[in-house]
Design a protein around this ligand. Structure first.
Ligand code: ADP
Ligand code: ZN
Length: 226
């Protein structure tokens, strides 16, 4: 049986985190934990958290750390992540979140943080064409739409442009990424947990690159799994 893994994928908006995390989740048989998807589900269900988070999300602002941390703490306490691990998508996004995550995961910690590198010109192009299923969150694009009429191939849901994929909100998220999240790359590098992976090319090419570095890091380091 393939061992589990505890992975984080970093990368700016449109770098392909969501797409790659779904693939890594299948490959390593680990849950894909996307804070963006969890927040969008809370917004849709109109929970208290969802109502609070929505105004930040629509403006492209970060949702306050306290809300994120309690949401994630609950998720990481569930059996699937305790047993197999996880691939985290969209978290951590600030140094405060990264430190809190280390505390939550102690003593076992993380296996690897993957920084998916894509030039800004390319992510702007990808985000303008991005479309997403309102029900299951599967990503599509104008260039690669669902088979039938903007109906999700996976679940039959409606495929639309995200409310925060406006030009102003995208710009704000990219600015915040540079300011708040990019410093995490050197933060994780400093503790020897980071690998950089080129995020250009087809999704399959990128997945192959990531799987190669994850497997390589497993070979060179003794990683304990339950
Ligand atoms: P993107 O990567 O395009 O910004 P996500 O789906 O990851 O999209 O996140 C959508 C929104 O959810 C963010 O703009 C932010 O408002 C909120 N969000 C997601 N993850 C976090 C986080 N770790 N900390 C704060 N806010 C978050
Ligand atoms: Zn769907």
């Amino acid at each position: 049986m393939i061992p589990g893994a505890r992975l984080i994928v970093l990368g700016k908006q449109g770098a392909g985190k969501g797409t790659q995390c779904v693939r890594l989740s299948h490959h390593y048989v680990i849950p894909h934990i996307s804070t963006g998807d969890m927040l969008r589900a809370a917004v849709k269900q109109q929970t208290e958290l969802g109502r609070e988070a929505k105004r930040y999300m629509d403006a492209g602002e970060l949702v306050p750390d306290g809300l994120l941390l309690s949401m994630l703490e609950g998720r990481l306490a569930q059996d699937d992540t305790r047993g197999r691990g996880f691939v985290l998508d969209g978290f951590p996004r600030t140094t405060v979140q990264a430190e809190a995550l280390d505390a939550l995961l102690a003593p076992r910690g993380l296996d690897l943080v993957i920084d998916l590198e894509v030039p800004t010109s390319l992510v702007l192009e990808r985000l303008a064409g991005r479309r997403v299923c309102v029900d299951c969150g599967t990503n599509y694009s104008v260039a690669a739409p669902p088979k039938v009429d903007w109906i999700c191939d996976v679940c039959g849901g409606e495929v639309v442009q995200r409310p925060d994929d406006t030009e102003a909100a995208i710009q704000r998220r990219l600015d915040l990424y540079e300011k708040e999240t990019a410093p995490l790359v050197s933060w994780y590098e400093g503790s020897n947990r980071l690998v950089r992976v080129e995020g250009t090319g087809t999704p399959d090419e990128v997945t192959d690159r990531i799987v190669r570095v994850v497997d390589e890091s497993r070979r060179t380091k003794v990683v304990e799994h339950p």
